[in-house]
Design a protein around this ligand. Sequence first.
Ligand code: AMP
Length: 633
Amino acid sequence: MALLQISEPGESTAPHQHRLAVGIDLGTTNSLVATVRNSIPCVLADAAGRNLLPSVVHYTSKGADLVGHEALARASQDPYNTIASVKRFMGRGLVDAQAVAAGQYLFATMNQASSIENASVQEGAVKIKTAAGEKSPVEISAEILRILRQRAESFLGGDLVGAVVTVPAYFDEAQRQATKDAARLAGLNVLRLLNEPTAAAIAYGLDNKAEGIYAIYDLGGGTFDISILKLSKGIFEVLSTGGDSALGGDDFDKALYEWVCAQTALDHLTPQSLRALLISCKDAKEKLSSQQQAFIPIAKTDGTTAEIAVDRQTFQTITQLLVTKTMKPVRKAMRDAGLTVADIKGVVMVGGATRMPHVREAVEAFFKQPPLTDIDPDQVVAIGAAIQANALAGNKSHEHDWLLLDVVALSLGVETMGGLIERIINRNSSIPCAMAQDFTTFQDGQTAMSIHVVQGERELAKDCRSLARFELHGIPPMPAGAARIRITFQVDADGLLTVTALEQTTGVQAQVNVKPSYGLSDQEITRILQDGFASSQTDMAARALAEQQVDADRLIQATRSALQADSNLLSKEELNSIHTHLQHLIAVRQTADALALKQAIKTLAQATENFAAIRMNAAVRHALAGRNVNEII
Ligand code: AMP
């Protein structure tokens, strides 16, 4: 992510000329909408005065009936039709999604675990079963965005010119495209997508300050992100990013919940009372950021209610491991950027969970300076997005405004012989951008060329994300190496890629907009490529198989290491079941049957889901060992 300064902020235009634009932070747990009014950025509240909209949607047979707080309130009664944390599945295939779900605990996110059991892949995308039929993460996110659009329009009293929607810096093309599609589906004109850490930096006005390197520490509900940004000559450049997509404020709730269970031996709670207890733990966690003590109500099996007290010190001891865990990606991001703590000029805190005092202390101790916490950490990204939207809508279009430029998050390239990658656009290149490179034929008389567009930093195509595979036809027969095929990669302001191939002797040319694999059906590819490109069913099948094989290898490897580390946590039956599914997957991996492979991956992922949860619980229990309920009730 980079910001290019083209001028200084100007005066806002007269109210009647003001073009209504908003910034939207589409979060995993909560979403917000903000705007700039009379030169002051502000977050827009709902009719009840609430700024945060929980990113939760409830469905009935007629469609989405509740979004936000009301949907959240329905979660315990109707978990299967209440979808939360859908951002984790944006632009993901099912296997990715299962990997996400396996890293989660089961009941904290309502329908998340059950959604995955009920998920299917259609045209490469995850669909989640609801009472209203199967819904894609794009459709579900669109419901959230629609509410925010309506909130903004009723507050501002007119139609929006457009919106800037934020995405994590590490989001790949598929995830960015999915976000953009969701916004369009919600009736929003997307002025641009903006990386979340850059939005936070803009909110603090760092772009107006002295040049330097800044760290953005973002601990949200379900994810942790660290970004190191460098501001130089008006450009914010992402030096490195890192994080943990399965670590967030929810894990602190869960740790406290585990502690309460360990104190009170509450083994047989109903799913409803489990959820209620988890919500109480979340409340207590939030209170402990400003109070020294909180109380957690517990519904007992005999119908009575007890209360358990927890003080800040105890909570911090229970959760210190989680705080420490965030510092590992921080150290790695610093290493990746080749920096020491002395190089960091400022640290911005983002995400509700950074209100916890021990999180702030750990960040301050690491960076040897107090982090910036003046702006509400829940609002800082939406505010930055609003400032950017205001500028893009033309409300500050004096010659001294800032123009922000993104960078490509991951390198883009093509696969060459031997499954190797030729990078065409390097990671962190400012966008919009275009780069071209010449390629040639491999065999005498070759008249077509298969082009495999990939994204990633690894050297082998099999280790990168496959974005598209298509063929260029009409190359005149020539000796091997004589043809000149110029392949041009063009990335627009939203990070979306167009690939053009031109055979230079004949001028045969074709172009493809790479809509990444999350929504790319064979039919769509054929349609997109019909002018000059012909998609090949066999190639598509080969790609599907290769992708399944890579996913299978990943899962086999992960399962083996988990078994090696923790098989003692499993009963004999569970261990046998995992072994059987693992052996089955290994056997199917040797065949070229993509369908059977997909099924075998699915069953092993399901068979190991509980194992993942047990491993996590064991880790938490280990941290809590030796405490007694009588000490605190
Ligand atoms: P976000 O995804 O940025 O909205 O962050 C949501 C997370 O922040 C949830 O886990 C909340 O429980 C947590 N959070 C919000 N307020 C507080 C607080 N005062 N203290 C601790 N955690 C909080």
